[in-house]
Design a protein around this ligand. Structure first.
Ligand SMILES: [Zn+2]
Ligand SMILES: [Zn+2]
Length: 552
């Protein structure tokens, strides 16, 4: 082992939030990026459509970046790829399905001239400075991988998102034997999924969902079944389809990504639905309710997805009602509870029966709980550990779990976005910090920084106050009366507050004019400060102030 060998890991996203996963491994002067994901905004991020990692650190080093390696096809791991590749055009590695999902979004975004390199399970290949091994793991999307980066210091294992499903739909199990062999060879550093690190026990197998779905379907032979799930959850779609077909139902797909993903997964041989069992959504009225099963998107309450449209009665050829049962085969991602609740309310309003995971076990998580995490750690016996993929508390729980299994706390670091660590023969240590704030994308306005977003929040919460006035420079007096109007805040006492602002601004302008101030920018600032102080101190409000003082 070269004594001076070090590997630097830079965490660009996904540590402290579920979303925008991205990290960089730096070895012998070269950089390989693992995942480039996105995150969806919270309800108070007005007009924000997506949140990306801050890629500046990578862009500044683009000459040294060799590749992006994807663990699996979920958007929190692949969704920001097109933004990264615009500036850092390097080959992208991943399984056929992972690349298929990622590529679909890139084609939509019209990013051209890119190189995609498909890898097989268990494959080992040279990528930049590393030998990289792709180990199959079970997760809520097929063809997911744990990544092993072989270095002179030992293996660096990135778990990817995983659970240890003993009974997966496709019989493709997590490669426990190889993990154990890696443990024997020596794992220098483990980076592992913390999403369910707070949960004791084991995550139920995906196949248990099929059992629950079968029961729900069997109890409702006369009803039309509408099942919503993630469009990337190919195994869930398979199970819904199998249950439906066994009951003699035809399957109709709803939602653009559902149709696209089903097409891709069937083409890759990962999803098996006979063409004869599929019908067009436009034609389902030709069938009795008990002869149809609709599989649709929108299980997270996304306002533009199929289920929300159905719930609002916005779909042109299909209306849900008293003969329908809607199954939400999902669990709301934190932050989505409100929108999911609204969809469920709308469905009830239409007289529809709704079944979700609080009533029947029609969903299973794709992430390992404590029991599985312990097994994963036990097999690998890493010398150093950094929890990834989670809110801060999830990562703290994961760190404690590792320490509870005998790992010296000096070899465990809980990191956050922007942290850099250095791995050497001696262990791991923090070695720096890089910019890693949220990068907001507004679909119509493009990139946003924190300032306009803060203004939007203030507009939404406190409204806006418009102030204008004219000043005669020579005479040093107000020539055009101070005008104040408001939007989005005042109601009953509108007039009184407006008068109050008007007087305060006039007094402040008079005083500044007496002091000889004649510059329009400076006078506008005087007016803004006076109005801001009055509103903040007297009315406890911080509206957006738009001030214009013209000097003539
Ligand atoms: Zn994830
Ligand atoms: Zn995932």
């Amino acid at each position: 082992m070269a004594k001076s060998d070090v590997v630097r890991v830079t965490f660009l996203g996904g540590l402290g939030e579920i979303g925008r996963n991205c990290l960089a491994l730096e070895y012998r002067g070269r950089i390989v990026v693992v995942d480039a994901g996105l995150m969806f905004p919270e309800p108070d991020m007005y007009g924000v459509d997506l949140i990306l990692p801050d890629f500046r650190w990578l862009v500044e080093r683009r000459d040294r970046v060799d590749a992006v390696v994807l663990t699996h096809g979920h958007e929190d791991h692949t969704g920001s790829l097109r933004y990264l590749l615009q500036d850092v055009n390097v080959p992208v590695y991943g399984s056929a399905l992972t690349l298929g999902f990622a590529r679909h979004r890139l084609t939509e975004a019209k990013v051209a001239g890119l190189e995609f390199i498909e890898v097989e399970d268990h494959e080992r290949r040279r990528i930049g400075p590393f030998e990289v091994e792709f180990l199959p793991v079970t997760h809520s999307v097929p063809s997911a991988h744990s990544l092993v980066f072989h270095t002179e210091l030992g293996a660096i294992v990135h778990s990817g998102d995983f659970k240890l499903d003993q009974n997966p739909i496709d019989d493709r199990r997590t490669d426990l034997a190889r993990l154990a062999a890696l443990g024997d060879e020596g794992v220098a550093l483990l980076l592992a999924d913390s999403t369910n690190a707070e949960e004791p026990g084991f995550t139920p197998s995906e196949s248990s969902v099929g059992v629950a779905l079968r029961r729900v379907f069997l109890e409702r032979p006369e009803r039309r079944m509408v099942v919503a799930c993630f469009a990337s959850h190919v195994h869930r779609i398979q199970q819904i389809a199998d249950v439906a077909v066994a009951q003699g139902r035809k399957i109709a797909l709803m939602g653009r990504s559902m149709e696209a993903n089903v097409k891709l997964a069937r083409k890759l041989g990962l999803l098996h639905i006979e063409p004869a069992d599929l019908v067009d959504i436009e034609n389902i009225s030709r069938y009795q309710p008990g002869e149809i099963c609709v599989i649709c998107t929108g299980a997270q309450g996304e306002p533009l997805a199929a289920l929300s449209k159905l719930a609002r009665g916005d779909h042109k050829s299909f209306e849900v009602g008293e003969k329908d049962t809607v199954v939400l085969s999902s669990h709301p991602i934190p932050g989505n509870e409100w929108s999911v609740g609204r969809v469920i309310d709308d469905l009830h309003r239409a007289g529809t029966e709704v079944i979700d995971s609080s009533r029947e076990p029609v969903h299973a998580s794709g992430h390992a709980r404590q029991g599985e995490l312990r097994t994963y750690h036990q097999l690998l016996r890493p010398r150093n550990f950094v929890p990834v993929h989670g809110e801060y508390r999830h990562m703290v729980h994961h760190a404690r779990l590792a320490e509870g299994m005998g790992l010296d706390p000096r070899h465990v670091i809980v990191c956050e976005d922007g942290d850099q660590i250095e791995l050497s023969a001696a262990g791991i240590r923090r070695c720096g910090q890089v910019p890693a704030g949220f990068h907001y994308i507004d679909g119509t306005a493009g990139d946003l920084d924190e300032r306009p977003l803060e203004e939007r929040r203030m507009l939404a919460e406190f409204g806006v106050v418009l102030i204008s006035a004219g000043v005669h420079a020579e005479r040093g007096e107000i020539s055009q009366a101070v005008r104040v109007s408001t939007r989005g805040w005042f109601e009953g006492d509108d007039h009184q507050v407006v008068t109050h602002i008007t007087e305060t601004v006039r007094e402040a302008l008079d005083e500044a004019l007496r002091d000889g101030v004649r510059d329009d920018g400076a006078l506008s600032k005087v007016a803004q400060r006076a109005a801001g102080r009055l509103l903040g101190q007297r009315y406890r409000r911080q509206p957006v102030l738009l001030v214009s003082v013209a000097v003539i």
